[in-house]
Design a protein around this ligand. Structure first.
Ligand code: KG4
Ligand code: ZN
Length: 347
């Protein structure tokens, strides 16, 4: 029997719906919420309201693009956790209502597991076990994926996520939110070896980006003369702005190079420790051109087989929820209508 799943993703500021038949994604519709841009970050209340406005048209469009009718669906999958609770509630309530109305099973999906599973969407898939570096605005994790439904977090950030490190740096540079793609753009024009930012000495496979953020803050306040706080190093606002304007490309390239080296050094360590050489990227930051290039080069040096999902499956999307839902369907892993979304969740 063929398995047709409708999936809904609403954990943060993208409202997305996808239809998947037998593990093949037929549609992946994403409505991005531009309402947050002027606030310099996602405003939870505005995100929930936008999800409520978007969800019906987004689901309709996903069904239409897939050429699938409601009566053909075998299950509804939705993002249960983690995320903004108000945003998750909109998707969860919608999914539950549809599952009840159509009398078909409901599948709860962990958002971070789904980012990993995005690597199983293309025809050429990694074989198990594989490692995945998931880098997004809210998370930074190295995951050992033993099967489509069995995963273990080997390391994660103890403070900021990699995407936050990009976005907070962009904010310090006076760039709009989300600043990650802009840092990437300017970095391509700059010299990554011009400024040296510190690499945190964190044991095991965990990450930390808060020290880097502090050193960038003082580096800018000191107009590039030092990475530490001392009153006599501080420059006037005018001097700081001029320094940024004259060195923007080199600053972006140097910061990006450091974030990428922090990520990849841990990934290399994870591969050495586990002996796993099938290695994937996932999450919004995997769109970063510097990371993609360095990841591919590192893969060639260490004889890894590397995988990066297509861009639309790197950032938040329901395609990855549908694919995870498909594997959960095969494993008979369903939830009852009493399920609640969760802002935080480990796996
Ligand atoms: O996975 P995602 O879409 O949403 C979350 O679940 O957080 O990731 C969004 C993050 C943001 O921090 C954004 O700045 C970052 O991904 N990002 C990038 C690039 N494109 C998106 N960071 C660096 N370079 C990029 N090209
Ligand atoms: Zn995400």
């Amino acid at each position: 029997m063929s398995v047709c799943i409708l999936a809904i993703e609403s954990s943060c500021d993208e409202t997305s719906a996808s239809v998947c038949r037998d593990g093949v994604i037929l549609s992946n519709v994403i409505a991005t919420q531009s309402v947050h841009e002027s606030f310099g970050g996602v405003v939870p209340e505005l995100a929930s309201r936008a999800h409520m406005q978007n969800i019906v048209p987004v689901v309709d469009e996903a069904l239409k693009q897939a050429g699938v009718e409601l009566k053909e669906l075998n299950a509804i999958a939705f993002t249960q956790a983690p995320g903004l609770i108000g945003s998750l509630l909109v998707g969860a309530q919608f999914a539950k209502s549809l599952s009840l109305a159509l009398n078909i099973p409901l599948i709860a999906v962990h958002h971070m597991q789904a980012h990993v599973i995005a690597n199983l969407i293309p025809e050429e898939k990694p074989s198990f076990p594989f490692l995945c570096l998931t880098v997004s605005g809210g998370h930074t994790q190295i995951v050992l994926c033993e099967s489509a439904t069995q995963m273990k977090v080997l390391g994660e950030t103890i403070d900021d996520a990699a995407g936050e490190a990009f976005d907070k740096t962009a904010k310090l540079l006076g760039l709009p939110y989300p600043g990650g793609p802009l840092i990437d753009k300017y970095a391509q024009l700059g010299n990554p070896d011009r400024f040296k930012f510190p690499e945190p000495q964190i044991p095991d496979l965990n990450f930390s980006f808060s020290g880097l953020k502090t050193s960038i803050l003082y580096f800018l306040r000191n107009a590039g003369t030092s990475l530490v706080y001392k009153e006599e190093f501080l420059k006037t606002e005018e001097e700081q702005k001029q320094f940024i304007a004259e060195n923007l490309n080199d600053i972006c390239a140097s910061v990006q190079q450091r974030i990428v080296s922090i990520l990849l050094n841990k990934l290399k360590k994870a591969s050495q420790q586990t002996g796993v050489k099938q290695i994937c990227l996932a999450g919004g930051v995997s769109a970063n051109s510097g990371l993609r290039k360095a990841f591919t080069e590192m893969g060639q040096r260490h004889h890894w087989k590397t995988f990066i999902p297509a861009f639309e499956y790197c950032t938040d999307n329901a395609g990855m929820i549908a694919m995870t839902g498909y594997y959960k369907y095969l494993a008979n892993d369903f939830v009852s209508l009493s399920v609640s979304p969760g802002a935080r969740a480990t796996f």
